[in-house]
Design a protein around this ligand. Structure first.
Ligand code: M6R
Length: 369
């Protein structure tokens, strides 16, 4: 049942090219319209949406954070991300022009379900991105976009995360298309690139030997930091969460720009830091800025493990380790950059002799508030 892999998590990591590919499959009709499942929201209602709130927990919320950058850029519709358990209690503002998007692998997370119910009470449109057919959250929503990751058994989410991000991109690109004009043109070219991701993931998964080695050497590590910017920031958070869940190691993800506002004080000799580097094509010179962050922390003794695009030579002088990922457009990069972080957490956990698929104190779906 584990298909020759030692753990479900490892199997699921290797299923990621399919999780992305299958989630993209059959998503548009002949006229290029998004095909949503169980849809009771009209195209006119979607055209009228002036605000999006994403509600989710844990890894699904990090998918939501990636989505915020992408959807805002492609559509210019303001998007906020609310942890589902905070949403209901924050006296949220919503109207019939607000689209509340819930993201949940299981479709049974109580915190997320309660947020969706609250959104409906406020009169908002609700759309669920979910991996489990027939589960509660899609049933309670006006529309569903199912992710096709297949059943996820390991408690730590991997392939569902990639499928969630993919579904969010599809939604964002569809909304962009509805806006028409240059929004629609851009959407077409991004969609083309999105279809190239499964093959790039396949290639990336074949290059993970060094990451596994790094993980094995780090079995005694007590703390690991993760830095990223823009869409790399939620990836850093997700890398840290995976490590907490699986290896019971203290880990924190930061926005790299925040470093000088406090966290840099944590850096001393030998502190391992993963840096998710934005591709050199990222706007606003973010690439250059992150490279200088790497330089700064290295000068203070950090051990820098750099996740960078193929061909990015700027990182080399300041990296103790470079993990290469195939190049893609900046907003799509999380589908690739998160993979080495998943593999790292998995192999560190098994190097410590821990139960990868069933970490202590955790359940696959959290059905209590
Ligand atoms: O089933 P859901 O997507 O609603 O679950 C949300 C979180 O509980 C889940 O992503 C959790 O953070 C995972 N254990 C992460 O690996």
């Amino acid at each position: 049942e584990k298909g020759g892999y030692a753990t479900f998590m490892e199997k699921e990591i290797h299923e990621q090219p399919h999780a992305v590919g299958d989630t993209l499959l059959g998503r548009t009709d002949i006229e290029g319209r998004l095909v949503l499942d169980d849809m009771s929201i009209t195209e006119d209602q979607l055209k009228d949406v002036d605000r999006i709130i994403i509600v989710a927990c844990g890894t699904a919320a990090y998918a939501g954070m990636v989505a915020k950058y992408a959807i805002e850029h492609w559509t210019r519709i303001p998007v906020e991300v609310s942890l589902a358990h905070e949403f209901r209690y924050s006296d949220p503002i919503a109207s019939e022009r607000t689209l509340v998007v819930s993201i949940s692998q299981s479709g049974e997370t109580m915190d997320t379900l309660m947020a969706v119910k609250h959104a409906r009470e406020l009169g908002a449109l609700t759309l669920s991105i979910c991996n489990t057919h027939g589960s509660t959250i899609p049933r309670e929503s006006d529309a569903v976009l199912y992710t096709h990751a297949g059943p996820e058994i390991a408690v730590a989410s991997t392939k569902a995360f990639l499928a969630q991000i993919t579904a969010c991109y599809v939604l964002g690109l569809y909304l962009a298309q509805l806006r028409g004009g240059t929004f629609a043109d851009d959407a077409q070219s991004v969609m083309k690139e999105l279809h190239e991701i499964p093959a790039k993931l396949e290639e990336l998964l074949g290059r993970m030997d060094r990451v596994k080695e790094i993980a094995r050497f780090m079995a005694d590590t007590r703390s690991v930091l993760f830095l990223g910017r823009n869409v790399g920031y939620p990836v850093a958070m997700e890398g840290a969460l995976k490590l907490k869940e699986l290896a019971y190691i203290h880990a924190e993800g930061f926005a790299a720009g925040e470093l000088k506002h406090g966290p840099i004080a944590l850096i001393d000799a030998g502190q391992p830091v993963f840096i998710v580097v934005p591709g050199p094509g990222t706007p606003h010179e973010l690439h250059k800025k992150v490279v200088s962050n790497i330089q700064e922390i290295r000068a203070r003794g950090a051990r820098t493990i750099v996740v960078a695009e193929d061909g990015d030579e700027d990182v080399v002088p300041f990296a103790d380790e470079v993990i290469r990922v195939p190049a893609t457009s900046p907003l799509l990069a999380p589908l690739l950059t998160v993979v080495p972080l998943q593999v790292f957490a998995l192999h560190l956990s098994s190097a410590k002799g821990l139960d990868v698929d069933q970490p202590r104190n955790l359940a696959k779906s959290v059905t209590v508030e």
